[in-house]
Design a protein around this ligand. Structure first.
Ligand SMILES: [Zn+2]
Length: 445
């Protein structure tokens, strides 16, 4: 049977066997149907001379909270080569029930974790400083079971954003998760800065006690204040004991979150050893301005959902995270009214560039963006083989470069020639397909 598409003359990157070979690749419907040196008949040809052909990138940690404007963040990720993503991280995110009601087709293949905060709000807890009662914990557990039966990929905590969440509350929810195979818990840990080691240990303890997979979220932004090496060692030791712990990281020495969140409660300057001048408004009326005491007060009071970029981490520690063989590249992309951190538009090309600078081969580098994150969430993607989903990214090895900056936050990267989602062209020469090519991913119960 004729192929729908043949990609000729490209260098195929195989992140499993860590090889790169000049071969042709054929697509039939949504699947890779041919890999080899022949030129079988196809309805369409793409000449990939000079290009790398990689499995599409897998982003297990992004944010897609704004149901009113889903397209912007999805398109920003797609233009980087991301073909599969998981939303609902750091404890936030809509319930899967609401997503299924409201959502049209996504621009990439998109699954959801159930956010702890959404569970709390469903149980009537709107005060992030409140500890849940027994009755509320019970209600959260029932809702979590419902979400998991609908197809949620697991549970996410943003413990730093709900600082008085009790061990009892966390354990009750983890116990439910342990009854569901192939689900995981992503944890934005309780503390960044000096107390992060205890917080990493708390996350590891959950993996060990409940025999569940725990993905420590954006390890760099929590620990790159002099604690990354020790944090990674804790994770390595836990894995040697048999604990199922993984982590992800984005390639920037600045993090981004809402000014009204607990992260910016008094005490943050001591925690990071940096003052207000290292904080930059990323959205709203002060966008682009460094904070002063007056701007801080005004934003906290009057625009708590405005995003702040905090230039507070050590880049060398972020690099140490990223190059670790266990670390998945993840964007943590988050936007508010289309504004935010450049990671939403640049994380993957930038991380791959960093990994190349660290001496990794292309197959080794894309492993951190493909099969590694895919296996972390039991997704059958990220592989270069016949029968695998035809989610692909074609890029120029010399030209691949992020262009998003703190000033021009959504500038798409350079060097991405084409992105295929479910066997169909979703981006070609920087132009998006007229219709979304992705679908909602649901975990089978
Ligand atoms: Zn987070």
């Amino acid at each position: 049977m004729e192929l729908d598409l043949l990609i000729r003359n490209g260098i195929l990157l195989d992140p499993v066997n860590r090889t790169e070979k000049r071969l042709n690749l054929g697509v039939r419907q949504s699947t890779i149907a041919y890999i080899g040196e022949e030129t079988p008949a196809a309805k369409r040809l793409i000449d990939a001379e000079g290009l790398m052909v990689s499995p599409g990138f897998v982003d297990t940690h992004m944010h897609d909270e704004e149901l009113e404007d889903p397209g912007t963040i999805q398109q920003a990720l797609l233009r980087q080569g991301v073909t599969t993503a998981l939303a609902g991280n750091c404890g936030s995110g809509p319930s899967l029930e609401r997503v299924m009601e409201k959502r049209s087709s996504p621009w990439l293949n998109l699954g959801y974790l159930t956010g702890h905060r959404a569970l709390r709000e469903d149980a009537g807890i709107w005060d992030v400083y409140k500890a849940a009662t027994e009755a509320e914990i019970e209600r959260m557990g029932e809702q979590l079971k419902k979400e998991l039966s609908l197809g949620s990929f697991g549970l996410s905590f943003g413990l730093e954003y709900a600082p008085n969440t009790s061990p009892r509350e966390i354990e009750a929810l983890c116990r439910i998760l342990a009854d569901h195979p192939n689900r995981f818990v992503s944890i934005h840990i309780r503390h960044d800065g000096p107390e992060c080691l205890e917080s990493v240990a708390e996350a590891i303890g959950l993996a060990e006690r409940f025999r569940i997979r725990v993905q420590v979220s954006h390890l760099g932004s929590m620990t790159a204040f002099g604690f990354t090496e020790r944090s990674i060692r804790l994770i390595e030791e836990a894995r040697a004991r048999g604990a199922d712990v993984t982590f992800d990281c984005y390639p920037y020495a600045a993090f981004c979150t809402f000014i009204g969140s607990t992260v910016f409660d008094p005490g943050f300057e001591e925690r990071w050893g940096k003052g207000l001048e290292s904080l930059e408004a990323a959205s709203g009326k002060y966008r682009g301005k460094r904070l002063t005491p007056e701007i801080y007060e005004d934003m906290r009071k009057n625009d708590p959902k405005a995003l702040i970029i905090a230039h507070v981490m050590n880049e060398w520690e972020i690099r140490a995270c990223l190059r670790h063989p266990l670390c998945a590249i993840a964007s943590d992309g988050v936007l508010h009214n289309g504004e935010g951190h450049p990671r939403a538009a640049g994380a993957f090309p930038r991380a791959l560039r960093w990994l190349r600078e660290e001496g990794l081969s292309w197959p080794e580098a894309v492993r951190h963006a493909t099969v590694l994150p895919a296996e972390m969430s039991w997704l059958p993607v990220g592989r270069m083989e016949v029968g695998a989903p035809a989610d692909l990214v074609l890029f120029s090895p010399e030209g691949l470069c992020d262009r998003a900056t703190f000033e021009d936050q959504l500038a798409p990267p350079e060097g991405i020639a084409a992105v295929l989602v479910n066997g169909q062209i979703a981006v070609e020469d920087g132009v998006l397909s007229p219709e979304p090519r992705g679908r909602l991913l649901l975990r089978e119960p």
